[in-house]
Ligand binder design. Sequence first.
Ligand code: ADP
Ligand code: MG
Length: 682
Amino acid sequence: MELLSPIDTIKGVGEKTTKLLNKLGVYTIEDILLFFPRTYLIYPEPSVPNRDSVESLISVAGRMKTSPKVFKSRNHMDILSATVFVDDIPVDLVWFNSNYLRNNFEPGKIYIFYGRLILDKGRFKISQPLIFTPEKYQEIKKQLLPIYHLTKGLSNNLVTKTVRSALDGCRLSDDRLPAEIEARGDFISYSEAINAYHFPDSYEDLVKARRRLAYEEMFFFILNSRLQENNVASYPNTFNISHHKFTDDFRNRLPFELTEDQLKVLSDITEDLSGEYITQRLIQGDVGSGKTIVAFLAMLDVALSGYQAAIMAPTEVLARQHFESFKTWCEDFGIDIPVVLFTGSMKVSEKKAMQKIVDENDACFIIGTHALISDGRQFGNLALVITDEQHRFGVQQRDKLSSKGDKPHIIVMSATPIPRTLAMILYGNMHVSVIKQMPANRLPIKTCVIKESMRNTAYKFVSDEIEKGHQVYIICPLVEASETTEAANVIDYSKKLKERFNDNYSIGVLHGKMKPAEKNQVMEDFAEHNIDILVSTTVVEVGVNVPNATVMMIENANRFGLAALHQLRGRVGRGSAQSYCILMNESSDDNQSKRLNIMLKSNDGFYIAKEDLKLRGPGDMFGVRQSGDFSFRVADIYQDQDELEMASKDVDDIINKDPSLEKHPKLRSTLNSFLTDQFYVL
Ligand code: ADP
Ligand code: MG
């Protein structure tokens, strides 16, 4: 079996399974090896059921006083039912069509039952529990069983089996990193790491695997950016861009005044654009600090100087929103510069029409998603490229866009709060500007963490805000299993909400599995206030701007990383009205409450991310990913800071001695395969 062989090379993977795996982005043997578990099942210590553990997966150790009974359900299913007593608390157990289990129990003996605890007419109940003897349970309790992302029709068992076959059937090369690095870092080998990341023998095993893979990802990420930088480092600026008085006039006529930080960044950019070398600048500004207008003003100078300027957004919704803002600004202020849009869901004819405008105009504003960089598109007069929320793009994509013109100026904008030292590592020798201040009209967002028992109060609050003319986001429980669940989750929830509010409000639904055009429509409806409440998965996390929305309610907030919660919270508080963030904590774990309470203390994204990390026990490390930043599979810039710094030093060592990797052919080829594999288009 070769790494690049198609997935159906594996025995037992037929046409149907292949299709399903393809859906998850798995095409080759290598893909499945890198299709890492999203989390691991660890069987919990047996416990005594209580109201707080309802709805969670638990195991109970108990005795049956009488043997299980069989009866028929209304739809003629055989039901096996029994009651065990755990410290005298009865727990009902049922199994469907499993009568044979009846004779498996020795009366009076203790067994362990594992499953989801529910409350049924005031009694504890577990449906279809797994059954273990105490000895067997002791053994499996140590194991971590991989849980994969799935799609409808594909079971976790099947994926697990397929991964095993792939691991057994192919040899992974163990010389991806130079030997001295392997030794210095005290890493386990690549093949061991891949094996252990899927099937760890113990928690320690998993930590070692993770460390190795995270290091490697960051190593190649940094290596790639260092090589790229060397190519463009001091590229002479041949554009003739000047600052225009019109830009200042426009700025003065805006309904708000720019903050000092916004002005400072703008003057940095103005200086850059007329400097000796082409610009490479990172603009870091927390959510809501007003990066878009800064981008527009920079692009306006470029366009007024007779060039094209582009801005690339990570999602279609965001690209469209920028497009609308740009158009409005141009119309309202009589700016006669065309604004064009390229997104993946546009018809070919629409794209052609847009391309025609680009071809016919020296100066224009170009806005788009990664469709901007799809092959064949040409921007003949491009002088500035801005990537918004840049971390969502792979380095490759950024570079691809910059190769569209004649080495344009590059600005990247990011709301990911990372400290300066890290920014230096990740963005190499880019200049960094920071927007710290929030616009003056902002009131700090009021945040609260509440329990299920306060749900009615929360809904009352939501309805009061709507009565005041505001709008509300509700983020639905994180989805786990399949696409169908993702849609079902939000749709179900919105139905319940409609009933709850007696159909008084208009409720919209947004989830990742909708077609881009549908998503755009919903977002537009929300922006135009045709929708009062937007029930959504985390797809609204990035960049969306609807200043009239004043409430962000997040269900199951305990399942999110705080950095993600911070980004979500940043969707409100974008206008002058007081905004609120309601975090529903569905966990009874004290640590979770402590963690969520950090959100009450600070509005500083970096502080929040760091505190989150401190409070998280090692067991949480794999469940909650801090953020999907930088398209890493394993690595996390907050969690793996030590490895990040190590990788940076190691890369510098190599590049200083061997700037174009001539003496490291193996590293070069691994890097190439790593890049095509890693930075898939979003
Ligand atoms: P982000 O930095 O998160 O991308 P945006 O650029 O989307 O933030 O800006 C958020 C909102 O703040 C927008 O409605 C924008 O018009 C507004 N805004 C930007 N700058 C200012 C300012 N100086 N004063 C008041 N409002 C501003
Ligand atoms: Mg933004």
